[in-house]
Design a protein around this ligand. Structure first.
Ligand code: MN
Ligand code: MN
Length: 467
């Protein structure tokens, strides 16, 4: 219908009322191909970066290839200089100095690179009835029943008694063995099926099968365990007590794959929150001469409350800003007060199979773009940031002016549950911050889904914010 044929009501409706629309209907085939191409790099990053330590290594490698150098607190940096600072190898800050004086503030993107998983206990290894297993303690909000009968890989570091550290990565190479947690056969599950879903698999039942062949010596009591230790000792030079000073993470051994006959979705482990971390990283790698000093922080420990010295409750981000403020000879509180931050973290995508958890007007949807979440929290927004309307308005206009397809998000129906992000810890520094991220289906599951359009819109939105 041409413009002049529109009724007054139709014209007013278009002008005054808000409508949701699939983002793919707003893009040209060339733009969709660009989004798909961006996601190829993202999927490689996912396969290389299943733990926070691996994500730091991958991110620094990409940054060094793009001219970033290690931050030197004694150096004098000027506009366009690109630096990075690794916090204990588990979180990392990237910074490109801007043309504006530092006291006018910075632009910060904060995403997390830890994901829900199973950590090995400090005395993990034991033998039972000729099988060798590993005890785990889960990390973050997992649904325990989802972690049985899937191929698992073992990643991490072991600090040995001689002071050296070995890196472990078993189960990712096609020729590697994988590991598994067993479950009951249905024939013998009559008692187990009466458990609630939350108790279907209990924490102490998440035992990872690691070996089945004995060391053939009648003088030895636990022959299978000894054989596993012999193999680990040959491979890594470790003894059983070295598990005490290790961080070993059991993660799904799946690779990132295209999902759906049209290939529009990405299936992978750990997309919460690497689906925001990677676009934020790419945004700063492409950020050559920003107006305001641009900072990307990829942080650890978000999934357990941002605790520890590598989580954003620690002072490490503030200390970095203080350090660059010292260089510019301005008080750090003025830099911080004038800074703006996007807390880049995922939202829950609407799931047609479970519509009852959503309030559909305010939920986020796959393929409707980057999702802005003004507040999280639970029971009356408790514990959340709840961004100021002025800052939400600033971000909204920025996205609109830069062709970013975006939507709003709220985590489910009121009083159904809730959650949090790093936003409240950034806000505590005295900075404007709002949550913005990619919608995820089956969040925190061993295999999570995102839409390629939304991943690319994260990159576009983050780029517009820091450029
Ligand atoms: Mn997250
Ligand atoms: Mn999470």
């Amino acid at each position: 219908m041409s413009e002049k044929e529109k009724s007054l009501g139709k014209t007013l409706e278009e002008k005054l009322t808000s409508k949701r629309r699939n983002g793919l209907l707003k893009l040209t085939p060339e733009e969709i191909a660009e989004a798909d191409g961006f996601c190829e790099g993202y999927m490689r990053f996912l396969d290389d970066s299943k733990t926070e330590r691996e994500a730091v290594i991958s991110a620094i490698a990409l940054a060094e290839a793009n001219g970033f150098t290690p931050y030197d607190p004694k150096a004098n940096y000027s506009a366009g200089d690109k630096v990075y600072y690794s916090n204990r190898g588990k979180s990392v800050i990237f910074c490109v100095f801007g043309t504006q004086p530092l006291e006018n503030g910075t632009r910060i993107l904060a995403a997390h690179i830890d994901s829900p998983r199973l950590d090995l206990k400090q005395h993990p290894i034991y033998e039972s009835n000729d099988l060798c297993l590993l005890k785990t303690h889960y990390y973050g909000g997992i649904r325990k029943y989802q972690w049985v009968t899937i191929p698992l890989a073992l990643h991490g570091v072991i600090c040995k008694s001689d002071g050296t550290t070995v890196t472990v990565n078993i189960g990712e190479d096609e020729n590697d063995p994988v590991f598994m947690i067993t479950d009951l056969l249905p024939h013998l599950a009559q008692e187990q099926v009466k458990r609630t879903l939350g108790e279907g698999i209990k924490g102490e039942e998440l035992n990872v099968l690691i070996g089945s062949r004995p060391f053939n010596d009648d003088d030895v009591s636990e022959k299978v365990k000894l054989n596993v230790m012999r193999i680990l000792n040959e491979k890594y030079g470790i003894i059983e007590d070295d598990f005490i000073s290790a961080e070993l993470e059991v993660v799904p051994a799946f690779k990132a794959r295209n999902v759906g006959i049209d290939g529009g979705l990405i299936g992978a482990y750990g997309q919460d929150d690497r689906v925001c971390a990677y676009p934020a990283l790419e945004a700063i790698l492409d950020c050559d001469n920003p107006e305001y000093t641009a900072i990307v922080v990829l942080t650890d420990k978000e999934e357990i409350g941002s605790t520890g010295n590598t989580g954003l409750k620690s002072q490490y981000l503030k200390n970095f800003i203080s350090s660059i403020a010292d260089m510019a000879d301005v008080p750090d509180y003025r830099v911080i007060r004038n800074s703006k931050c996007l807390s880049a973290d995922v939202s829950a995508a609407f799931d047609p199979t479970f519509p009852e958890v959503a309030e559909p007007k305010n939920f986020s949807y796959c393929n409707q773009g980057l999702a802005m979440c003004k507040y999280t929290g639970s029971r009356g927004k408790s514990g959340c940031n709840d961004a100021n309307a002025e800052f939400v308005g600033f971000v909204r206009n920025l996205f609109d002016q830069n062709g970013v397809i975006w939507q709003t998000a709220e985590l489910g129906r009121v009083d159904l549950g809730g959650g949090g992000t790093v936003a409240c810890y950034v806000a505590e520094l005295d900075m404007d911050v709002v949550d913005v991220g990619v919608p995820v289906l089956a969040m925190h599951a061993p295999y999570e889904l995102t839409a390629k359009l939304d991943v690319f819109m994260a990159y576009k939105g983050f780029s517009a914010f820091i450029k």
